[in-house]
Design a protein around this ligand. Structure first.
Ligand SMILES: *[C@@H]1O[C@H](CO)[C@@H](O)[C@H](O)[C@H]1NC(C)=O
Ligand SMILES: *[C@@H]1O[C@H](CO)[C@@H](O)[C@H](O)[C@H]1NC(C)=O
Ligand SMILES: *[C@@H]1O[C@H](CO)[C@@H](O)[C@H](O)[C@H]1NC(C)=O
Ligand SMILES: *[C@@H]1O[C@H](CO)[C@@H](O)[C@H](O)[C@H]1NC(C)=O
Ligand SMILES: *[C@@H]1O[C@H](CO)[C@@H](O)[C@H](O)[C@H]1NC(C)=O
Length: 286
């Protein structure tokens, strides 16, 4: 009897604490969250426009799935190793890791609304020599156009470290995954007008990590190179990767890297080391 009374008293108190139904216009979102899950309406796959035919759609979908895989591994590598990772320090210097983790996570688990990939050629840029795709900018900030050249040129991540690819010696857009990662960062819903282009090319990326490390964790190029190098090192050719020729400069911390990669004797593969190494040489491509 006492127990029943207590439960009753409790539920009366709880009811009193809730906002009165119909109070102002707060009642609408309240009713909505009561009848649907909190994440109702979330878009979990990147939208692809009807202008893409079956083969185009399939290639873009597979490319985006690989972009997510690339970003997911980059994030996992940082979560596991933080700045104990030589590869982390090479690309992000002494920056805290949270921003880079977030930049990858938004691609993996962020809401994928307000993003659109299309295959028609609305701005005519696909007619320009060498255009494999472009962000529409002021003509459509959410939209990315993929041109025919992409289907011929972009490779699957499964070919990583093959066919002469090295991280330092090849373009980041060799793979669908990194090319689309770059394109996604242009879209405000993903890049949040925060990921930007502070560098162009591998050498500038390594300089940024030393000179302006705080920019590196939201530099589009740095995020791509880092993701490619850790994927190559951890997944494609475990413990070795394919970093290619290492950049030479006068920074103390990098003297060891430079010495190893330019030495005439092959570097022993470190299989027992705690932190991942970037110093092992790539096997010659046959
Ligand atoms: C909320 O209610 C106020 C006061 O009635 C009104 O001025 C306002 O326009 C309403 N906002 C929305 C989003 O309905
Ligand atoms: C899709 O469009 C491309 C480019 O026009 C074309 O090469 C390809 O054959 C088309 N695929 C199908 C299934 O129609
Ligand atoms: C890694 O980060 C910690 C915490 O910020 C810092 O104390 C340490 O010096 C860094 N290690 C290296 C090798 O940069
Ligand atoms: C936007 O559209 C205009 C007019 O068609 C075109 O000149 C311009 O190049 C387009 N911008 C981009 C980024 O494609
Ligand atoms: C670092 O920032 C300074 C000041 O903005 C700039 O002059 C310099 O070029 C930057 N260095 C790199 C490698 O981006």
């Amino acid at each position: 009897m006492a127990l029943i009374f207590r439960i009753l008293a409790l539920s009366v108190a709880t009811a009193a604490a809730l906002p009165a139904p119909g109070h102002g216009n707060l009642s609408k979102p309240f009713v909505k969250t009561e009848i649907t899950p909190w994440n109702a309406g979330e878009v979990t796959e990147f939208p692809i426009h009807s202008s893409c035919n079956a083969t185009q759609r399939r290639q873009i979908e597979l490319g985006l799935a690989e972009a997510v895989e690339l970003a997911a591994h980059a994030k996992d590598h940082i979560l596991r190793w933080r700045n104990e990772s030589e590869i982390y320090r090479k690309y992000f210097g002494n920056s805290p890791s949270m921003e880079a983790i977030g930049a990858f996570e938004v691609v993996v688990n962020g809401n994928k609304n307000d993003v659109l990939f299309r295959c028609d050629n609305p701005d005519g840029n696909c007619d320009l020599e060498g255009y494999a795709g472009h962000w529409r900018g002021e003509n459509g900030t959410k939209e990315t156009v993929i041109c025919d050249l992409s289907y011929e040129r972009r490779r699957s991540l499964s070919t990583m470290c093959g066919m002469g690819y090295t991280v330092s010696g090849s373009e980041t857009n060799t793979f669908w995954a990194s090319d689309l990662l770059h394109r996604l960062y242009h879209v405000p819903a993903i890049g949040q007008n925060w990921v930007d282009h502070y560098t162009d090319g591998y050498d500038e990326v390594l300089d940024l990590a030393i000179e302006n490390a705080t920019l590196s964790t939201h530099d589009s190029e740095t995020l791509q190179y880092f993701a490619l190098e850790v994927y190559a090192h951890d997944i494609s050719v475990p413990g070795i990767g394919c970093p290619g020729e290492q950049h030479e400069h006068n920074h103390e911390d990098d003297k060891k890297d430079a010495a190893n990669s330019h030495g005439s004797t092959p570097t022993a593969t470190k299989t027992t080391s705690e932190a991942p190494s970037t110093t092992a040489d790539v096997p010659a491509v046959s």
